[in-house]
Each structure stands twice: as C-alpha cells, then as structure tokens.
Design a protein around this ligand. Sequence first.
Ligand code: 2HA
Ligand code: ZN
Length: 270
Amino acid sequence: MKDILTAPFMVEMIRITANMYDHGWDERNGGNISLLLEEEELAEYLDLSALIRTIPTGFRAPELCGKYFLVTGTGKYFKNVQYAPDVNLGIVRITDEGESTELLWGFSDGGKFTSEFPAHMMSHVARLSIDPENRVVMHCHPSNILAMTFVPTLDEREFTRTLWQMCTECLVVFPDGVNVLPWMLCGTNEIGVVTAEKMKTARIVVWAQHGIYGAGKDLDEAFGLIETVEKGAEIYMKIAHLPRINTITDEMMHEIEGGFKVKAREGYLD
Ligand code: 2HA
Ligand code: ZN
C-alpha cells in the first residue's frame, strides 16, 4: 500500500487549501472543499474494507451511494491542513442512500466533515447530472465578491453582466455566468437544496453576504473559476463609486465569443 500523503489528490488538496488561506479566502474555519475520488486510485493507498467509523449525513443522496470523497473537516482551519492533514481532512464512502458515510481515513481527532456537507453533496449530484467529469465543489469567502453582494442588485443576469464587464477574461472563464442566492442560514439541508438547483445552470453560486461556491473537474479549475470571479468583483469594488466613462460593451463581448469560441449564457447579452 502506498503512502496516502503522497497521493496526487492529497498533495493537491493540501496545496490548494494553503493557497486559498494565503489568498485570504478562508479566515478561521471558513470554507470547505469536497473532491470526488475514483475507487481505483484510492485502492492504491487505502484498504477500502477497513472502516474507522460511520458518520450520518442527515439527508438522502442515492445518486452518490458508493462514491468516495476527500473532504475538509467541520471547524477546521484551512491554514492548518498542511501541518496535520489527517486531522483536518477525511475520506468517506457514501452509504445508505446517502444517509450515512463510512470514514476510511482522517478526522483523526474524532471530527467529521464540513457543516456544509449537504450543499456539497447535493451540488455534486447536480453538477454530475450536467457534466459527468465534475469532481470538485469548493466554497470560500473572498472579500470582494462578498462585498459586491451589498452593492448592486442580486438579479443574476445583471450581477453576471457586471462581472463580465470588469475584465475581458470573465466572459471567457465563466460564460455560464454566476447564480446568486439571497442571504440564507448556512449549514442546512435547505440551503443545500437551493444551491444544488442553482448549480444546474452555472458552475458558480454566490451566497449573498457569505461567500461563493465553485464547481469543476479538478481543484485547479474550481480555484481558477473563483479566482476570476473574485478578480471581477475586486475591479467592481474599485470603480463602483466612480463615474464609468468606459466599459466592455455587449458588442465587444460578442467579439470575445467569436475570438475565444465561447457562448455567453442564453439571453445574457443584448
Ligand atoms: O464553516 O464556510 O459556510 C465553514 C463555512 C460555513
Ligand atoms: Zn462559508
């Protein structure tokens, strides 16, 4: 059996949590990540019949039954993952129609997965139904996107268009746009259900006055998505109070569509 701390998925998870912390996106215990693992890749590192304990989920997700996730722990700090991965991360197998999990590695202080496990798992179900390659759901609290949810309307078309206008790369990186949820209590099944519904039409869901969810086929893609949305929001927060003399027009965005072979979300450009 190979050392799991050398597994590419583990190395990448440790690097990305440290990087996100360094970006200021994950203060204290803020943020959480879940990464879908393949049974074959995991079997090189773990005895998949050796279960440590079971942890109930409190929701149903039959679509995920038998699947494996590397996930961040509840109450754990991203800044500490690199120093004690086995305390701050865990690997679970989903069982009982999604109502329970079997812990196979990690959470070695008796901990459990993130309080946002419902939003993560339900979002995996939603994204996999659209894109079978999806592996990652990532949540964090970047300052500018959070700040931006106080200023313009939360109308998704308007919010998305504002971000697309902030840098040329925005339309290229997230042509599917940004979905937005009004403030809701986090850590519940209810916010999980509505987040997952929003994940069916875009890979980014903003939680007003809280943070952002991104999904992708790997950690880099989800990170890059969030990074680009946050850059757009940063530009917006720098200019929102100033008269806007120039902008990226819809005509220019149609040029971007042609040049980069991307298609803006239906009805979002004039
Ligand atoms: O606790 O970010 O949304 C971590 C969070 C909750
Ligand atoms: Zn959060």
